[in-house]
Design a protein. Structure first.
Length: 114
């Protein structure tokens, strides 16, 4: 199963989950263009340094908190930068985790206090 298939399945679940206000897939990475590359999907830290690692899915819970889910194929784990981004979201009151299946994403959401 491709990571994009897992993202699509998780998005289908998120868009009907009673605790989710909205969610969208965020494209990150580098894309080759004429004359070089374009880098997209980076965020700025408190120190205003360019960082990588933004989660694949961003959204908002109905309680107003940020939602960030990093999707992976089974057997893969997030990079250090992806873990750092999830830590930043969680540190600031949001909900961030990674999942390689709809079941794991549902577990992450259902563990949330209402």
């Amino acid at each position: 199963m491709k990571e994009s298939d897992i993202q699509q399945d998780i998005m289908g679940m998120l868009l009907t989950h009673p605790k989710v206000a909205w969610a969208m897939v965020i494209t990150t990475g580098q894309f080759k263009v004429k004359g070089g590359y374009i880098t997209v999907g980076h965020y700025m830290s408190d120190e205003q340094k360019r960082k990588t690692g933004m989660s694949d899915i961003l959204g908002m819970l109905k309680n107003g908190k940020t939602l960030a889910i990093e999707t992976k194929k089974p057997g893969e784990e997030p990079t250090k930068e992806q873990y750092d981004f999830m830590w930043l979201v969680n540190k600031n009151g949001g909900l961030a985790f990674w999942a390689d299946s709809v079941e794991k994403a549902m577990y992450g959401l259902n563990d949330l206090e209402t």
